[in-house]
Ligand binder design. Structure first.
Ligand code: PEP
Length: 252
């Protein structure tokens, strides 16, 4: 079993119209011209998935930001993992803190969605992270490791699971934890993965997310057990996002 490459993934959230396809073309051209030492993924809104997949950008995979836990049925307005796969996606983010907060998604819901993603043969990017109150109370490690235990399906392997540690207070705020804090949490997540999945758990990618930008990417991506980034704001523009991707030129 070979460890997967690092992944730099962009979460466009509720941003982007069809004209944003130009950013994918530009990003693909940047990678074509200058290379990338990591895998690259963009997760746009559902409305853009088809347009972006149809670009067939060979260096930029397209994924989704959420899915329903059921494969089909009477769930007006929802989208299943099979529908997302049908468009050409390979990854689906589940349990982003904005969904946990805005839609009341519990660890059980996130786990059910992750199972649906895995059953469809896709990669679940499962998000975890503490609030500022939890960090100030010294509870960050407990909260995150509990989320990892409760949100990850029992048969996680490198082919179907990626974890994203995203401190809620770092998302969109311009704030980041210190490298030492990131290292501590990623090590704790790694320990849980190894405890549950043995050697396979030692190879599951753990992304860091929260105000990653070109200027801090090298420091954050060099932290032990950080195997890539989940990026919001700085993924919207190809030049900014490529600045993060190219941090891997020095990391390898
Ligand atoms: C995110 O949306 O997952 C995220 C990390 O956002 P930002 O990079 O803007 O903090």
């Amino acid at each position: 079993m070979t460890a997967p490459k690092a992944l730099v993934a962009g979460n466009w959230k509720m941003n982007g119209l069809k004209s944003a396809a130009a950013e994918i073309t530009k990003l693909n051209d940047l990678i074509d011209d200058n290379g990338a030492m990591c895998d690259v993924l963009i997760c746009p809104s559902f409305t853009l998935i088809s347009t972006l997949c149809d670009l067939n950008a060979d260096h930029v995979a397209i994924g989704a930001q959420d899915c329903h836990a059921n494969a089909s049925g009477a769930h007006t307005g929802d989208i299943s993992a099979a529908m997302i796969k049908d468009l050409g996606c390979g990854h689906i983010i589940v349990g982003h803190s904005e969904r946990r907060a805005d839609h009341g998604e519990s660890n059980d819901t996130v786990k059910a969605k992750a199972i649906a993603v895995q059953k469809s043969g896709l990669m679940a990017i499962i998000c975890v992270g503490e609030t500022i109150e939890e960090r100030k109370a010294g509870e960050a490690l407990n909260v995150v490791t509990n989320q990892v235990r409760a949100s990850i399906p029992g048969d996680a392997v490198i082919e179907n699971t990626i974890i994203a540690y995203e401190p809620v207070w770092a998302i969109g705020s311009g704030l980041t934890p210190t490298a030492a804090d990131v290292e501590e949490v990623h090590k704790a997540v790694r320990d849980v993965l190894i405890e549950r999945f043995g050697v396979g758990g030692s190879q599951i990618n753990i992304l860091y997310g929260g105000s990653v930008k070109a200027s801090n990417a090298h420091e954050l991506m060099s932290v032990p057990n950080v195997n890539g980034a989940l990026v919001g704001g700085a993924s919207l523009k190809a030049d900014d996002f490529y600045g993060i991707i190219s941090a891997y030129d020095q990391i390898g």
